[in-house]
Design a protein around this ligand. Structure first.
Ligand code: PLP
Length: 429
């Protein structure tokens, strides 16, 4: 490493020992990083190819106002997404406010009273509990007479195929599968294993709609769930596919009928995809998608680096240091609140925005314990940017993700380690 780089790391308050330790770990990761670059290369070509096939032009980068009729940029972008995900159609809009909204939209528009929703892979993401009505909520699926059934994973984290076979019935209309573990301890599902699950379900009931919550999974592998039978893939643009540039938005890519249903719910019956001005965000959606494969690769390198650093220091990490990756999230268990807090303070101190503030645990609405969050982001709440958060409750684990560039992810992880050392939580050097 160049001496000038050393000097800058020490200006950031990182000791020579921490830098050396980081570089030693890094030396063992060359092969894995090359594999990640190979996947990014494929996905980059896939995105550019889609843009060329759809004849993206300079005029597409402009926005519309008002009703947004004939918005060339918006309509072409939706074709690009459909090409990238190999689906019939896509809805990609700034009017979809976040990932939860995109998922709620896909569910509420494709289910009708009397239908049943099945989750064959355990409890869905926290915020979906209110969408479904697992926790009572205004406007939930339950309020509209749509029932819900869940099959939990087996103890080893695999699908309970026997129970799934029994759960599928004449009312089952839609199956929701969450690719990423989110804030659970189960493993994230590979695209291949999602494909097997979908094939199993379609064999029992061919006309059932299979939806995949694709949050944090886009561009991590060379295939997407829509390549292995998913009728809809759904996600947030302030995660992987927005490439850090999209300032808002969500997407639903899938079968024409599913996307059409979603469009009539997002805007209005009769209007559907025809309206919805793109305002000034179109260029950032295009450029963000263009950058997304390499940005995702950078975040993945950060996750693997963190896993190797903290596993070496004796902390439980999920996924572990050598496991194959299916999303960009890394969990590290510290066992004590002080570890979670020091880690998050280190991540915050590495930010380019708001590095001078110090995160503190607080009573966040919707959570049953205090939560600490480190996020110094250009786009508020963006978790494709370097960020970490942890609930202050056992097992005192922190969830780390993002990093638009690999050097920034590296800085964040070294800062987190230095913070753990400075606070006295880790006593090695
Ligand atoms: C982030 C996330 C969501 C919800 O997205 P928001 O944009 O936070 O509403 C849903 N599912 C998974 C797996 C996620 O990671």
């Amino acid at each position: 490493m160049d001496e000038k780089t050393y000097k800058l790391y020490s200006d950031f308050g990182i000791s020579n020992k921490v830098i050396h330790f980081g570089n030693e770990i890094l030396d063992t990761l060359k092969e894995r990083f090359t594999k990640i670059d190979d996947i990014a290369e494929y996905n980059q070509l896939k995105v550019i190819h889609a843009m060329q096939e759809c004849k993206v032009s300079e005029a597409c980068l402009l926005g519309t106002t008002g009703y947004g009729y004939n918005d060339l940029g918006r309509d072409t972008l939706e074709s690009v997404y459909a090409k990238v995900f190999h689906t019939e159609d896509a809805l990609v809009r700034p009017q979809i406010t976040c990932g939860t909204h995109a998922l709620a939209l896909a569910l509420l528009s494709n289910l009708r009273p009397g239908d049943e929703l099945l989750s064959p892979a355990g409890k869905p993401y926290d915020t979906l509990e209110e969408v479904i009505g697992i926790r009572p909520s205004k406007g939930s699926l339950k309020e509209y007479g749509i029932s819900y059934r869940q099959v939990d994973l087996l103890d080893d984290g695999s699908f309970d195929y026997d129970a799934i076979r029994k759960a599928v019935n004449e009312k089952t209309k839609l199956v929701t599968i969450q690719r990423s573990k989110g804030y659970q301890t189960r493993p994230t599902f590979s695209v291949d294993s999602i494909g097997e699950l979908i094939a199993f379900i379609k064999k029992i009931k061919p006309d059932v709609i299979c939806m995949v919550d694709n949050c944090y999974g886009e561009f991590v592998e060379m295939t997407e769930p829509s390549d292995v039978g998913a009728d809809m893939v759904v996600g947030s643009l302030i995660k992987n596919p927005g490439g850090g540039l999209a300032p808002i938005g969500g997407y639903i890519a899938g079968k024409k009928e599913c996307v059409e249903n979603a469009s009539y719910r997002l805007t209005s019956p009769g209007l559907g995809k025809e309206v919805g001005a793109s305002l000034g965000v179109t260029a950032s959606f295009y450029q963000g998608l263009f950058l997304a494969p390499t940005v995702t690769a950078n975040a993945l390198k950060g996750a693997i680096f963190a896993a190797n650093i903290y596993e070496k220091l004796g902390f439980p990490v999920v996924p572990n240091a050598t496991e194959e990756r299916h999303d960009i999230i890394q969990a590290v268990t510290f066992g004590k609140p002080e570890g979670v807090i020091a880690f998050c303070k280190g991540i915050q101190a590495a930010a380019s925005v708001d590095s001078h503030v110090s995160p503190e645990p607080w009573d966040m609405p919707g959570y049953d314990s205090q939560v600490i969050m480190a996020a110094g982001a250009f786009v508020s709440g963006s978790s494709i940017e370097l960020s970490a958060d942890g609930p202050i409750k056992p097992p005192y684990a922190v969830y780390f993700q993002g990093g638009l560039t690999w050097p920034h992810a590296k800085l964040g992880i070294l800062k987190s380690l230095q913070s753990l050392i400075d606070s006295g939580f880790i006593k090695i050097w």
